[in-house]
Design a protein around this ligand. Sequence first.
Ligand code: NAD
Length: 338
Amino acid sequence: MKIAVAKGDGIGPEIMSAVLKIFDANKVPLEYEMVDMGKWVFDKGFSNGMTPEAQQTIERLGILFKGPMETPKGKGVKSVNVTARKTWNTYANKRVFQTLHGVDTVFSKAGIPIDITVVRENIEDTYGGIEHMLTHDVALSRRFITRPGSMQVIRYAFAMARQKNARRITCGHKANIMKITDGLFLECFYEVAKEYPELKADDIIVDDLCMKLVTRPDTFDVVVLTNLQGDIVSDLCAGLVGGLGFAPSANIGDHICIFEAVHGTAPDIAGKNIANPTALLLSGFAMLRHLGLTENAAIIENALLYTLEQGVHTGDFGDKNKPSLNTTEFADAIISNF
Ligand code: NAD
């Protein structure tokens, strides 16, 4: 089975090499076609950050495993990440945040387990980038929320919640203020909820959601939100389980799926071989399971969990009194625990 791989920018090549090394050591039956995407492709003059060959390869193979990518600053340049999600209509962004033994947080220390799946709408909202100066002093941005766009991500969230035997599914929104846009999203949520009587479906205003997530995260299960609110809430959830180094993400479409970490290119630590590859590895497990490679996913996941439980860590987490491993050493430690 072949998949497309883009190493990404910043820490991308370092964490991707670590993850592919772990896959190879487990003899994961995948072949990789490397594709050209990211900042250096922008720099070569490709305005969407990917070459036409990369686009064709991804469309042929249907799966893209990618490192984080940087978007050059300045007007007229669109994020390659946003372009990819839009081009291939990967409408649902699934992010799973779980307590990992060995990754200390205030909640793990208090014995409060966390298992929250955030489903973020991935295409619409303010991410259309429709904004302009109305006058010299007034900037205007347009937000669009559609019924078909809302229905497809909400349907995905409910189906996924049923599959994982979730007890509760919650819609986060700001429909008390944005009555028409968030109001439409909320209306779609309760429309789909009728088809899932076994699930407790409820809604919460997004600011209240943020407060309750940091006080009682164990009461949440699946949370579905519009694009921008989902982006912010999922970084908050990453903080609950130890930080961005532990936040995986799957961009789900009907024809193409993209698996990547939630975090960015981490320019502050790029090139030092000290980044934590766990988030990309967790995204890799989601990809392996999506491809039916459940046994490989289980073996590597057990090795990761055992490694973390042993207190093995990179510099961004863990016991500061114990020496940290670099990216390559951390990957080797996981491999030694297969
Ligand atoms: P960031 O996620 O790159 O970094 C935030 C902080 O988290 C930094 O201190 C960084 O060192 C740390 N961090 C992130 N990942 C880490 C890891 N694996 N191990 C250890 N520490 C880690 O966010 P940013 O600085 O706001 O963004 C940098 C660039 O990344 C920007 O160009 C942004 O557009 C891009 N970005 C890309 C994606 C993507 O490709 N999906 C997502 C977010 C940001």
